[in-house]
Design a protein around this ligand. Structure first.
Ligand code: ADP
Ligand code: MG
Length: 648
């Protein structure tokens, strides 16, 4: 097969082919069919380029944002090519949708999934393998698109060998892998069945592969190429004859309005905040709330319904929900009978609902890729939509425990944390920086279409924020105090969670100046629990840290991200507990005396805080800015510093 020769007349150049051009022999036909079958007048983003490379029989990786229109890049060429295009897609519900749309458009599309009967499967096999699309001795139209799940390919040898026959007869036009990042364990959504897709190139060496994804950082891309046995990527504007043609589209979606909101400390208050937000900004509009765990999704759904007095109709979606219930939920959500789907990240791949007006995150995602993709399910119809993350440092600790065994789990989480933590930088620019460093996506692909340089979006929370409401403070002394206390706890053989440490360094809470240090006691013969002993804040740190609870939390997160503090993990029977202790950089601060810290000119730590007046969420004003007197603090009698009640 001389694939390149076909396009030689069209757009070949000395240095390669420009697949983004519009002068290929098939250009006219592509456009005509696109209008006629799909009712679409113009290509979007890199659709035309992918169609061209597809028509030219190339291996392709295409990274395009959710809602960008990836399906068209294989559905349209499939109609113009002889033979069948095999589409591997992760979700049955998505496959159903696609088949329905295609059949309505008069396209011969079928699926082979668990729900297809034996007879029907046989008939499909016969149609695929018999010459001229004849089955049962009767002529039938050629199947243009065949959809399967990765499981089908991974688990069915019969299917694999049937496909060998089809490929052998030159009737397998292409294999398309949707959500291709699931191939890689380094991605945020690895699926074991995708691993088996490495067989594709081995079994059908001459069949071109198209890998589609909305998110593909360089490591994932590398891994994906290796797993699928694809050659290294080449530029789509001057593609040599060999190599995988790589496409990316501008990733910035102007209609999405990002904001991070402080997450109240009690679970109830979070629900109340969400209910108020939805009723105020999106009454009767569809939305999704992403939660960390199945249990959270169920609780949030239940309580949101109750708190809103039944005004917000919710549904639950996670891995353990029965398939029939999932399908039912999808249907009712699409019809508007359910307003808000409370879900884990299991809900998402291939949601085909354009008018999702808001995506709320009940907790941070495990990575910025994940967050980008989940929030990107809003506004696929191009209309204004909101993406709101409820952020609280404490969630980071919980997530840390969840990702501590993952490859790159912690650095990815910290990138997410940095994003959530940032009070200054435009969200679009943060995404752009993150994805350009972590992937082959150039910074300019984040620029608004028609705009050359990357500029602030002008409508995210940080762009909308009055700069006067953020102050940058020197926190070298406070950091020193925190690290001294953390060090003392560590020396005493104890460990504290981030949350406890916040209370502790502020001398807050009932157990004011007690920390778990020293004298370990054996309990139930197994786990060692350090006994509570007094910790003299005055002696160790010269008093309490004079920051509010929120600001102390901010500072602790800052210290974690800059490795003054590190996390330690202790597995329990049910989960992994996460504690904080002094990190490698701590000693550079703690070796100073308090006096030195106060008077040194070199002050390594500065941190952004929201000014008090700009905080509307907290009415409580008992924020202590001064270090209280020794006696009061040592006796632990003052409990007034406590701002919020205990967490959860
Ligand atoms: P993705 O798979 O990239 O998330 P889809 O292929 O599901 O996106 O397409 C999202 C929506 O955009 C679909 O409703 C589709 O019909 C529509 N669409 C695709 N291409 C175009 C285009 N060039 N112009 C207008 N609408 C389009
Ligand atoms: Mg898609």
């Amino acid at each position: 097969q001389n694939r390149i020769a076909r396009s030689a007349g069209g757009s070949s150049r000395k240095d390669g082919i420009d697949y983004n051009a519009a002068n290929f022999e098939w250009t006219h036909e592509l456009k005509t069919r696109m209008r006629k079958v799909f009712g679409i007048d113009n290509f979007r983003l890199c659709q035309q380029g992918v169609c061209n490379a597809n028509m030219d029989g190339r291996d392709i990786v295409c990274v395009m944002p959710t809602g960008g229109g990836k399906s068209l890049t294989y559905q349209l060429p499939a109609l113009l090519t002889s033979g069948c295009t095999l589409v591997i897609s992760p979700l049955i519900s998505l496959i159903h949708d696609q088949i329905m749309h295609l059949q309505e458009a008069g396209v011969e599309a079928v699926m082979l999934t668990g729900s297809v009967s034996k007879e029907e499967t046989k008939r499909i096999y016969a149609r695929l393998t018999s010459p001229y699309g004849i089955s049962d001795g009767r002529p039938s139209r050629e199947i243009k698109l065949l959809y399967i799940t990765p499981e089908k390919f991974a688990k069915s040898k019969t299917f694999q060998s049937m496909l060998t026959n089809v490929a052998g007869a030159g009737k397998l036009a292409r294999v398309v892998i949707d959500e291709a990042h699931c191939v890689s364990q380094l991605g945020h959504d690895f699926r074991p069945d995708y691993k088996k897709l490495s067989l594709l190139r081995q079994l059908y060496p001459s069949v071109p592969i198209l890998a589609l994804s909305a998110t593909c950082p360089p490591k994932v891309l590398e891994d994906l190429l290796k797993t699928l046995k694809l050659r290294p990527v080449v530029d789509s504007q001057c593609a040599p004859a060999e190599g995988t043609v790589y496409f990316t589209a501008p990733l910035y979606r102007k209609n999405l309005h990002y904001s991070i909101r402080p997450k109240p400390s009690s679970a109830q208050a979070v629900i109340k905040a969400m209910a108020e937000y939805i009723l105020e900004h999106h009454p009767n509009e569809s939305g999704i709330i992403y939660c960390l765990a199945k249990k959270d999704a169920a609780t949030v759904a239940q309580e949101l319904y109750e708190t809103s007095g039944g005004k917000i109709r919710t549904g639950v979606y996670h891995a353990d929900v029965a398939d029939s219930d999932k399908e039912n939920l999808h249907k009712r959500w699409r019809k508007g009978e359910i307003q808000v789907v409370c879900a884990t990240i299991a809900f998402g791949l291939g949601i085909d609902k354009g008018d999702v007006r808001f995506v709320l995150h009940h907790s941070m995602s495990k990575s910025l890729e994940g967050f980008y993709q989940e929030s990107g399910r809003a506004g696929r119809d191009g209309k204004d939509s909101d993406c709101v993350l409820y952020y609280r440092a404490q969630d980071a600790a919980r997530l840390s425990g969840m990702v501590c065994g993952d490859v790159e789990g912690q650095p990815k989480l910290y990138d997410m944390l940095r994003f959530a933590h940032d009070l200054k930088q435009c969200r679009k620019i943060q995404f752009a920086n993150y994805f350009s460093i972590s992937s082959h996506v150039s910074l300019s692909s984040w620029a608004t279409e028609g705009e050359g340089a990357l500029t602030r979006c002008g409508h995210c929370d940080n762009c909308a924020r009055d700069p006067q409401t953020v102050e940058e403070k020197d926190v070298t002394l406070e950091a020193w105090q925190i690290l001294r206390i953390a060090e003392a706890i560590k020396k005493g053989g104890g460990l504290e969670t981030l949350n406890k440490l916040v209370d502790l360094v502020r001398g807050a809470g009932g157990a004011s100046f007690e920390a778990k240090t020293g004298g370990r006691k054996r309990i139930r013969g197994k786990c060692k629990v350090p006994e509570k002993t007094g910790l003299d804040l005055e002696e160790i740190a010269g008093g309490k840290v004079g920051l509010s609870k929120e600001d102390t939390e901010r500072l602790l997160v800052e210290l974690l991200m800059s490795h003054y503090l590190i996390e330690e993990f202790k597995p329990t029977a049910y989960s992994t507990n996460v504690y904080v202790s002094p990190g490698p950089k701590a000693i550079s601060l703690t070796r100073w005396t308090r006096d030195e810290v106060e008077h040194r000119t070199q002050r390594p730590l500065r941190c952004h805080f929201l000014k008090k007046t700009s905080r509307k969420s907290k009415v409580n004003t008992s924020v202590t800015q001064t270090v209280p007197s020794n006696t009061a603090s040592r006796n632990g009698k003052k409990k007034t510093n406590r701002i919020t009640s205990s967490d959860e």
